[in-house]
Every structure is written in structure tokens, then in C-alpha cells.
Design a protein around this ligand. Structure first.
Ligand SMILES: O=C(O)CCC(=O)C(=O)O
Length: 154
């Protein structure tokens, strides 16, 4: 799967508009979903055009119909604080990690916690919980995350 992510997946550099300014998203992304399934976040559509064979077995077992892939090229790539409770998301998000280990932090009320996501680990996350994949200054190889979701069909 790591090899497939590195060699076969077509990665995109996304840009988001925040308070009228265009920002480069600090990671690369790709997505796959069943036709008719759209994951919209930060005002951008990520519509499904089919699930590749490499993901379909896992997606079926998890009960997901959409997968967002993130590519963190090194420790400078990250994902800021956010929730995954957009309209149409059903159940938890399943995050599978590949490659370098990175820290995911979350907060519930005033309580904060973190976990190291190592290669081939799976994390189930309640999408209402704010979380972040932080930057790191220590030397760090490439990491991929595959986040599987069940979304309402269009
Ligand atoms: O890369 C990660 O593990 C975090 C992924 C994530 O938060 C998301 O896809 O919403």
C-alpha cells in the first residue's frame, strides 16, 4: 500500500481561501469515493469517481464509501486543528497510517491528549473531536494517512 501511495496515486496541491486570502494547503491530497458520493470540506468538493482495487477491500470492511489520502512529505507538512463533522458524515473516521510515525493531538473540553500514529496503525476518531497532525522539527520521513468515511449519497 505504501508503494502504491508513493508510485501510483495522483497527488494534488490544494489551495484554500481563508478570510479572502488564498493559502497553500501544507500537504498533498488525493481522494477516492463511490460515484455520487461527495465529501465537501472547507468549501471544496471532493467528489467520488470510483474506488480503486487497492482500497475497495478495506473500504468495504470498514463500511466506508469515501477515502481522503494525505501525503506529509516531511515534518514541515501538517494538518491544522479541525473537526470532521461535516454534513453527511456518518459514524467515526478510520485513519490508517503508513510510513513515518507522527503525533496526532486532540482536545475534549479543556482536556488534551495525543497519540503517536505509527506505520500500519489504525485510529478510530469521532469526527466531532477537534484534532491536529502537528509539525515537527526533528528529522522525519514521509507519511501517508488514509481516512475512510461513510458519507450520505447525493
Ligand atoms: O493525517 C492524519 O492522520 C490526520 C487526518 C485527518 O485528520 C483527516 O483526514 O481529517
Amino acid at each position: 500500500m505504501l508503494d502504491w501511495c508513493t508510485r501510483e496515486v495522483r497527488w494534488h496541491q490544494e489551495h484554500l481561501r481563508l478570510f479572502g486570502k488564498i493559502h497553500r494547503v501544507p500537504r498533498r491530497i488525493a481522494w477516492f469515493g463511490m460515484p455520487g458520493v461527495n465529501y465537501r470540506y472547507s468549501g471544496v468538493d471532493h467528489a467520488g469517481c470510483g474506488m480503486p482495487a487497492e482500497l475497495s477491500c478495506l473500504a468495504e470492511r470498514i463500511g466506508a464509501n469515501h477515502v481522503l489520502l494525505n501525503r506529509y512529505r516531511d515534518g514541515a507538512d501538517y494538518m491544522g486543528w479541525h473537526t470532521d463533522d461535516e454534513r453527511g458524515v456518518q459514524g467515526p473516521v478510520h485513519i490508517i497510517s503508513l510510513g513515518a510515525a507522527r503525533i496526532l493531538r486532540w482536545r475534549i473540553g479543556d482536556k488534551r491528549a495525543s497519540v503517536q500514529l505509527s506505520h500500519a496503525s489504525q485510529l478510530l476518531l469521532d469526527g466531532r473531536v477537534p484534532h491536529t497532525l502537528t509539525r515537527t522539527r526533528r528529522p522525519c520521513g514521509e507519511r501517508f494517512s488514509l481516512s475512510f468515511r461513510r458519507l450520505n449519497d447525493a
